[in-house]
Design a protein around this ligand. Structure first.
Ligand SMILES: [Fe+2]
Length: 369
């Protein structure tokens, strides 16, 4: 009997329906296995959709599609019905720009000028001029706050490193000279300060200023004789000093002479910023090491990082103290210019004393070129 006619469109559809079931994991014809094959599944679907009335009618149409139109399902479309990983597809997804109100620090923008260890000394009077250069720089940039790291004066007069009856001990200045030189350093800063620049002035006490207090402790009869004069000098020029070892906060940024470890010892050495960063919960800026170093310690939690800065020192450019004469030092000579917002240090600039001298000295360095 000749096969009944079948429109080409219907022939294509009957083949496509079988192919769809092959893709879904139904077995091709002739392959043994459990459950219905692709043809039986497609026939059932066709009945449900109203495409044919019976399984037999579907099978007949499939046979006619092959004999009359040469159409046959692509049996290679079959995939075993098992879980398969989804196939990654490259796809562009529009992403909204982050809300700056969430990303950016909040609050006012504040400018901090950090002055690390200056080590003024009556035997080195030329160091005083550094104070004037820094004050002129601040007068130009109009910082809101100036913070000294401490060790502003060496106070070698009361150093316990060299006994007074030794040859080196005879090179110590008298206490009076140390105090006078410290006063002169505050006056030198005022000399460079513009009259209308009135920053908040903060100071951490360094281990060198601490010597004065230790001396009075060891010589009770001298109690407050020297420290009172020292404190009066600071107050006279508006500097408020915090005790040695204390971390005080300005606009959410911690300042101190040197961070202390659990043993009460000042942290130093190459890894000081890393060790301090692991312990800190707020940014910290300090002096003491005379090296300039920035370390951003990544954090898991409410903040993404904690910034730790070692400031360097403000001895005149290239000068080192006698105790470090033959050591590798890596000292950096300059000030640290900070921009602070929302308890974060957003900008950091190290300005060397070479630059400050060129720009602000009276010694002709600014016009020598
Ligand atoms: Fe120092």
């Amino acid at each position: 009997m000749a096969a009944p006619p079948l429109p080409g469109q219907d022939a294509q559809e009957v083949v496509a329906r079988v192919e769809q079931k092959l893709i879904e994991g139904y077995r091709p014809a002739g392959r043994p296995g459990n459950g219905p094959g692709a043809i039986a599944a497609a026939a059932q679907q066709a009945i449900d959709d109203g495409f044919v009335q019976s399984i037999q009618a579907f099978v007949s149409r499939l046979a006619i599609a092959k004999s009359r139109h040469g159409l046959e399902p692509d049996w290679t479309l079959y995939r075993a019905p098992r879980y398969q990983q989804p196939i990654a597809r490259l796809r562009m997804v529009p992403a909204p720009a982050p809300d700056p109100r969430v990303i950016e620090p909040s609050g006012p923008i504040r400018r901090h000028l950090f002055i690390p260890d200056e080590h003024n000394d009556p035997r080195h009077p030329h160091r005083l001029q550094v104070q004037t250069w820094i004050a002129r720089y601040g007068s130009d940039r109009r910082h809101d706050v100036v913070i000294k790291a401490g060790d502003s004066a060496t106070f070698d007069s009361v150093s316990r490193h060299d006994k007074d009856d030794t040859l080196k001990g005879r090179l110590k200045p008298p206490i009076k000279d140390d105090l006078s030189n410290h006063l002169a350093s505050l006056q030198a800063f005022e000399r460079g300060r513009a009259r209308d620049w009135k920053p908040i002035k903060k100071k951490a006490q360094g281990n060198h200023e601490r010597r004065l207090y230790d001396f009075e402790n060891a010589n009770p009869a001298s109690a407050q004789t020297h420290t009172l004069a020292y404190e009066e000098h600071l107050i006279q020029f508006g500097w408020s000093e915090r005790p040695f070892g204390e971390v005080f906060y300005v606009d959410g940024i911690g300042y101190t002479h040197a961070p202390m470890n659990g043993m009460g010892k000042a942290m130093g050495g190459k890894t000081a910023t890393h060790r301090a960063g692991a312990m800190l919960t707020a940014p910290l800026v300090y002096g003491h090491t005379h090296k300039f170093q920035i370390f951003n310690d990544a954090k898991i939690g409410l903040t993404d990082r904690i910034t730790v800065i070692e400031g360097g020192c403000c001895l005149p450019y290239g000068e080192i103290e006698h105790y470090a004469l033959h050591n590798p030092t890596g000292w950096s000579h300059g000030v640290v210019d900070l921009t602070v917002q929302g308890g974060q240090i957003t900008d950091v600039a190290f300005v060397s004393l070479l630059t400050l001298r060129r720009l602000y000295s009276d010694d002709g360095a600014d016009v020598a070129a």
